[in-house]
Design a protein around this ligand. Structure first.
Ligand code: AMP
Ligand code: MG
Length: 425
């Protein structure tokens, strides 16, 4: 099947069923409409953290710049070592990190050397200090202290060669990249501009912090989880507040969000009953598909374009917002930010510590707690009540337990797939 060029084309495909959209299919379909930003900016290396490189980075240097020692010990000539016996050498100098020896190592000689210090001329190998003794008579190397020429010696350029591509366009900058750039003396890099993301909550029942609640009203939490998730992705966020379920107000909010941002995210208003309302607006303002995703939580989801802006209409329930964000929006934003390494997050299998009830039909993203089993492995159990309004389940969880659509009830010991909520970097 060729990829659909327009949202309308996508919605006409033979196997397109908006009322039962598999998670993977929705993800793949969204991907076909994502064009990364192209504008770039030069930033200081520290400001590049969590941004995406917009140009290849080449090494201006060999790293390390010189052959140096991997150990504290003695720089020697391998050929001097007595095979199978002890070797006596005369110490002729010292090489410290940042303060190389000015003396070369001749036959029968050695130089005291420390980790990171430049190898003195003439020496080809380092003997670790634990295999040598030194007194007024000289240095004695234990039999078999080194096996081969070049041992315990780091070679110039063994990490990076001058002129080599170190990072490719599309790579995100994490702490290791900051360190590597610093090690190359690179002070500025070119990154893609930040993505502008506007978001608002819809619902007559929603109040913002600082306003007293009348009967039946609730505080808007979705704008806070969205703020957190978007900020962590280094987006420029435009918080447009709460918009009541009033057509004129919604229309104004959608139009100004789409004019100001690359991406518009809303929560609420896309479930059955309410959807028709937003649907009518979208027919007027843009081209948007409304899906019932075969997943739990997070069934209703809208994706499309309003003018140039991408639009994600997330469900209203607080857990659904987070789950749909992580499974549909996050990767889309990364692609729009210029990242080229966006892959499905890794998952692995662990045995269940407690049974799970599940009806076949939808992919479930249960909130789970992964715990060491005391034998070097891990087990998982759910956080308890899995209602899509129970936001504390997201707070308690350290993983999603991902149960495939066709899975039914699971017993203790059954292997289930988990996705970690917190990555190392
Ligand atoms: P909806 O999708 O608009 O029908 O909302 C589904 C449920 O999520 C309702 O119980 C809403 O009150 C709740 N909800 C919607 N938006 C928010 C929000 N921003 N913060 C907290 N709860 C919300
Ligand atoms: Mg609502």
């Amino acid at each position: 099947m060729t990829e659909p060029k327009t949202l309308r084309e996508a919605s006409c495909a033979d196997d397109y069923d908006p009322d039962s959209m598999p998670v993977d299919k929705a993800r793949a379909l969204i991907r076909t409409f994502l064009q990364p930003v192209t504008a770039t900016e030069r930033v200081h290396v520290r400001q590049a953290l969590d941004r995406v490189l917009a140009a290849d980075v080449f090494s201006p240097l060999d790293v390390p710049g010189h052959d140096n020692s991997a150990m504290d010990g003695y720089a020697i000539r391998f050929a001097d070592l007595v095979p199978g016996g002890e070797t006596a050498l005369r110490r002729v100098g010292e090489s410290f990190a940042g303060r190389p020896s000015e003396v070369a190592v001749g036959p029968g000689q050695c130089v005291r050397i420390f980790t990171g210090a430049v190898m003195p001329a003439g020496a080809d190998t380092v003997v670790m200090q634990e295999r040598a003794t030194e007194d007024a008579d000289g240095v004695r190397i234990a039999p078999g202290a080194v096996a081969t020429t070049g041992q315990n010696r780091r070679f110039a350029g063994e990490d990076l060669r001058k002129g080599q591509v170190v990072f490719r366009t599309g790579q995100p900058v994490h702490p290791a990249e900051l360190g590597m750039m610093a090690s190359l003396g690179i002070g500025e890099v070119t990154v893609f501009r930040r993505l502008r993301v506007a978001f608002f909550s819809t619902g007559d029942e929603l109040k913002s912090i600082g306003t007293p609640l009348a009967a039946g009203e609730i505080y808007d939490s979705n704008r806070y989880t969205l703020y957190g998730m978007l900020t962590r992705l280094s987006c420029d966020v435009i918080d447009m507040g709460v918009v009541p379920d009033v057509p004129d107000e919604l229309e104004r909010a959608f139009a100004s969000a789409a004019a100001a941002a690359d991406v518009v995210i809303t929560s609420g208003g896309v479930s059955v009953g309410e959807a028709d309302f937003v649907k009518q607006l979208m027919d007027k303002l843009g081209e948007v598909l409304f899906w019932k995703i075969a997943m739990k939580p997070g069934r209703p989801l809208a994706y499309g374009k309003i003018g140039h802006a991408h639009f994600f209409g997330l469900p209203g329930n607080p857990v659904s917002v987070m789950v749909t964000f992580y499974h549909f929006v996050q990767d889309a934003l990364r692609i729009l930010q210029g990242r080229r390494d966006v892959a499905t997050p890794p998952a692995f299998k662990v045995p269940l510590a407690a049974p799970i009830r599940k009806a076949p039909g939808r992919t479930e993203f249960q909130r789970g707690i992964l715990t060491p089993d005391g034998k070097g492995g891990y087990t998982a159990r759910t956080t308890g009540n899995q209602g899509s309004g129970i936001l504390s389940s997201m707070s308690q969880a350290n993983c999603f337990i991902v149960l495939a659509a066709d899975t039914g009830n699971c017993a203790v010991g059954d292997l289930v797939e988990v996705q970690l909520l917190e990555g190392l970097i």
